[in-house]
Design a protein around this ligand. Structure first.
Ligand SMILES: [Mn+2]
Length: 294
């Protein structure tokens, strides 16, 4: 798939707002080719990516494709750098377009677009929460299977200027030093417990120490004390994560941790805004907020 073809797919998707809902914007053959070129590019990134600011960080999108377009158009997307925190699929009804656009941008601008894996980038989860049904309804099972095969190659963590750690869920009692991540090779299946599971599934809690995450039935809650201890040990200034619905963004733990959520009016049921975090050269963080008027 050459640059001209990628540009054509990107432009079709970026101009899609008026032609939704059910038109096929990208053919099945193009999806298969996109997955090939995307997988080849994303495999070159480390499991813990070292990135440099300035960069824009986008949280959970959950199939809300037009919101992705609005974030990209809020800045000069062909010139700037982006990091996505995962959870592209499920819940919303345009997971396929979200993936096609993110994959095409990564393939076209590999040094500008970076992606980490969310807990929904996992076959057992996205079979149940909407992505499978969307693939079957609009294409077929082979599309769902091909996308899921690419998920195994997604990196798990990103570190901006060695100071801002980005991850989908949070930290793990099994992760002491970030250098441990070097032992994780990809392709990778997400286990039901242990370090990789925690990175994708854990949530910050209001207790001290660690506590089983009974709401999700997976992984842990981490308290402020263990989080700060981990950050000091690894010389971090901020942890940026997604995974939870908040009104755009929410700081916790004395401003040391921020949750970012990028699906405004989530599932057409909530009245939340969506946010993209803009990290400047000097690591100052600001936010682009999407608010849908009701
Ligand atoms: Mn999540």
């Amino acid at each position: 798939m050459d640059t001209t073809h990628l540009d054509d797919i990107i432009s079709r998707l970026m101009n899609v707002i008026n032609s939704f809902p059910e038109n096929i914007i990208v053919t099945k053959d193009e999806i298969m080719q996109l997955c090939d070129v995307f997988q080849e590019e994303v495999s070159k990134d480390e499991t813990l990516m070292e990135l440099k600011a300035p960069i824009n960080v986008i949280g959970d999108l959950h199939g809300q494709f037009t919101d992705l377009i609005r974030f990209l158009k809020a800045v000069n997307y062909t010139e700037e750098k982006f990091l996505f925190l995962g959870d592209f699929v499920d819940r919303g009804c345009h997971s396929i377009e979200v993936l096609c656009l993110v994959y095409a941008l990564k393939a076209r601008y590999p040094q500008q677009f970076f992606i980490i894996r969310g807990n929904h980038e996992c076959e057992e989860i996205n079979r149940v929460f909407g992505f499978y049904d969307e693939c079957i309804r609009r294409y077929d099972e082979s599309v769902w299977k091909r996308f899921n095969a690419t998920f195994a190659y997604l990196p798990i963590l990103a570190l901006i200027n060695k100071k801002i750690l980005c991850v989908h869920g949070g930290i793990s009692p099994d992760l002491k030093l970030l250098s441990q991540i070097q032992t994780i090779s990809r392709p990778l299946q997400i286990p039901c417990g242990g370090m990789v599971c925690d990175l994708l599934w854990s949530d910050p809690g209001s207790m001290f120490g660690w506590k089983p995450n009974t709401v999700r039935g997976m992984s842990h809650y981490y308290g402020e004390d263990v989080c700060i201890e981990f950050m000091e040990r690894n010389e971090l200034e901020l942890i940026c994560r997604g995974h939870e619905v908040v009104d755009g963004y929410q700081f916790k733990f004395n401003q040391k941790l921020v949750t970012l959520f990028s699906s405004p009016v989530y599932c057409n049921a909530l009245n939340n805004s969506g946010a993209m975090m803009v990290v400047a050269d000097d690591l100052t963080c600001s936010f682009v907020i999407l608010k849908v008027d009701k």
